[in-house]
Design a protein around this ligand. Structure first.
Ligand SMILES: *[C@@H]1O[C@H](CO)[C@@H](O)[C@H](O)[C@H]1NC(C)=O
Ligand SMILES: *[C@@H]1O[C@H](CO)[C@@H](O)[C@H](O)[C@H]1NC(C)=O
Length: 331
């Protein structure tokens, strides 16, 4: 255990740095002060977790085509089937209503905030009909002239609970080799998305977001039980990193991690790795699949979280005198 004086010093110097950074933004100061003070006392305290429970989840690895209406029908059928098989939490893939290509995003994009999104209406109806919590993969969203890669989360009555816009955009430029700039088409989201649902407290990320351990750490610190990443890794990064990253985020944070990819479509210009997977808090693969259309089901037993954390008390044994996770958007 660090002594209380080292904790105070760490907190005080971080606070000083944060105050300097926030000097021109007075509104941010209160937030930072609250954040740092609670952190110096051993980490932020959020509302208590829902009681331990078991939740059956379904990861729908859908066949995605260029026909949006067909994609929505496919999704609805998968949601119905998952609910009939007992799932309470259903997850869809990244960009499940549109081909995964930068040219498609502007054409398929919908205005969610303006209430003019046919996909959101269809998903809301599907969640309500099936009485499931729905983490609806992602769709291209248009808002005030910008495009986002957006995940909508619905409750069991079909209410839109939250929206996560992909935070980390993938840009790569190796001259003569590969140039891929997601940021040319899409804008980054504003921050982490934590959603309290009947199926537990969820932290949402999209695809490339899974490569950033800090986002997952923030979710764990805010009490999330499950991290959910709709994603579409390709045929190079998929085999080496997809499962590894899900296991890494799970074992570092002692949480459940769910990934959901589109099925591989030989007709598509983008070949997705597939392999939608549910991982437990010991980095154990609970259920997975290959690249064909499939629904992966697993039961998440939330009582395993305190058990795993008691058996390996990573949280208590962090050296907050040596390092600090600064959650800049803490509520
Ligand atoms: C999509 O990316 C290609 C290069 O990969 C580029 O030529 C094209 O302009 C991009 N389209 C959009 C809409 O950004
Ligand atoms: C997959 O993406 C990586 C970058 O993440 C890139 O280097 C690689 O060339 C891509 N592979 C395929 C098959 O598109």
């Amino acid at each position: 255990m660090p002594t209380s004086s080292t904790v105070k010093i760490a907190g005080a110097s971080a606070l000083a740095a944060a105050m300097l950074a926030a000097v021109s933004r007075p509104r941010a100061v209160g937030r930072l002060v609250r954040g740092i003070v609670t952190r110096a006392a051993g980490g932020p305290v959020y509302t208590p977790l829902p009681p331990p429970q078991k939740v059956k989840v379904a990861l729908c690895q859908l066949h995605v085509t260029a026909d949006k209406e067909q994609n929505l029908k496919t999704a609805r059928k998968a949601i119905e089937d998952a609910a009939a098989a007992g799932a309470k939490l259903v997850v869809l893939p990244e960009m499940f209503n549109c081909p995964y290509s930068n040219d498609s995003f502007p054409t398929y994009a919908e205005d969610i905030e303006g209430g003019a999104s046919g996909s959101v209406a269809a998903l809301s109806a599907a969640a309500a009909a099936a009485r499931v919590t729905l983490v609806a993969g992602s769709i291209p969203e248009r808002c005030q002239g910008k495009l986002y890669n957006t995940c909508c989360v619905f409750d069991t009555s079909g209410k839109l609970l939250a929206k996560h816009r992909k935070v980390h955009l993938f840009d790569i430029d190796i001259p003569g080799k590969i140039t891929f700039k997601e940021s040319l088409t899409l804008s980054p989201g504003p921050g982490p998305t934590v959603v309290d649902t009947e199926a537990g407290r969820l932290g949402i990320g999209i695809c490339y977001d899974i490569r950033f351990p800090e986002l997952a750490q923030i979710y764990a610190a805010r009490g999330c039980q499950v991290l959910i990443y709709p994603g579409a890794f390709n045929m190079t990064t998929g085999p080496v990193h997809w499962e590894l990253l899900a296991k890494a985020r799970a074992v570092d944070n002692q949480v459940f991690v769910l990934t959901c990819s589109p099925a591989r479509n030989p007709d598509s210009s983008y070949q997705a790795w597939g392999h939608s997977t549910a991982v437990g808090p010991f980095a154990e693969v609970l259920a997975t699949t290959e690249h064909s259309p499939a629904t992966v089901t697993a039961e998440l037993d939330y009582s395993q979280l305190p058990e795993r954390r008691a058996a390996m008390p990573l949280r208590q044994q962090k050296r907050h005198d040596l390092y600090l996770l600064l959650d800049k958007t803490a509520p």
